[in-house]
Design a protein around this ligand. Structure first.
Ligand SMILES: [Fe+2]
Ligand SMILES: [Fe+2]
Length: 266
């Protein structure tokens, strides 16, 4: 998969300004991984053995990512800071399965992967002796995040085939996420506007938006052409409605009702 090209833009780990930018980026990653561990909660309403196996595996992987990022902070001598509000909003847990697989796995972890793979793996300087070890950790994390995105896409496709009526709300939520992304980036750019990596940030954000748009089209809920503003507003309203209803959805156990079929006894 080819991502955004940062050219020869690199961070300089001896510069305070560069270290502050990395501290911000890594702090968002650390928070995201901490919330990733909550996926263990999805075991309670996993409907199939396959889903249960996935969530056990994911919880173990996210817990590992959390400690790997903590190691990266220590190796770089950086102190984590609280997460940005946009990251808190985007990383909020949702018990409603159709939204969980779309927003957390397919879209959320998809964008996480863009940042780990395209930003961190490209812009950390290889000539720093700490970086090769850090990149090795990041590559392990990226490989596992790819699995999480693939699960989200597979489940989103299955759910939309069963309930095509969800397409409009899903599309509205994608618009909403794309609308929020620049807010998370804005403060970052202000920290070091003339830094070579920051100068490519707008290009990176445009690349991510385009990639997410095409991802939504491939999943079958984003129209071929961007709808009119009023149609978009309707879709966003429908997405927000689904999000509001999902907050009231009670998480229900499933495997205790289905285990016999799942195990092939009936
Ligand atoms: Fe992770
Ligand atoms: Fe993940």
């Amino acid at each position: 998969m080819s991502g955004y090209d940062f050219g020869d833009a690199r961070f300089d780990l001896s510069q305070e300004r560069d270290r502050e930018v990395l501290q911000f980026v890594l702090s968002q990653a650390l928070y995201g991984e901490a919330t990733g561990v909550f996926c263990g909660r999805s075991l309670y309403n996993a409907a199939t053995l396959e889903a249960a196996q996935f969530y056990v595996r994911q919880a173990r992987q996210e817990l590992n990512h959390l400690t790997l990022f903590a190691d990266i902070f220590r190796e770089l001598g950086l102190q984590p800071t609280p997460a940005h509000w946009v990251i808190r909003v985007l990383a909020a847990h949702n018990d409603y399965y159709p939204l969980k697989v779309l927003m957390e796995h397919a879209l959320g972890e998809g964008m996480v992967l863009d940042i780990f793979r395209d930003v961190l793996l490209q812009t950390l300087p290889d000539d720093d002796p700490r970086v090769p070890g850090i990149k090795k950790k990041l590559r392990v994390i990226c490989r596992e995040e790819e699995e999480h995105v693939a699960w989200g896409e597979k489940e989103t496709r299955r759910i939309l085939a069963e309930r095509p009526g969800l397409k409009r709300a899903f599309y509205g939520l994608l618009e909403l996420q794309l609308f929020l992304v620049p807010y998370a980036v804005r403060g970052l750019k202000q920290q070091a506007p003339d830094h070579p990596v920051m100068q490519r940030l707008d290009g990176f954000v445009d690349f991510v938006k385009q990639r997410v748009w095409e991802q939504g089209q491939a999943l079958g809920f984003v129209p071929a052409d961007r709808p009119s503003p009023s149609a978009r507003a309707l879709a966003v309203t429908s997405g927000l409605g689904l999000l509001a209803r999902s907050q009231l959805a009670r998480s229900r156990s499933k495997l205790d009702k289905r285990y016999l079929e799942e195990l092939g006894f009936r």
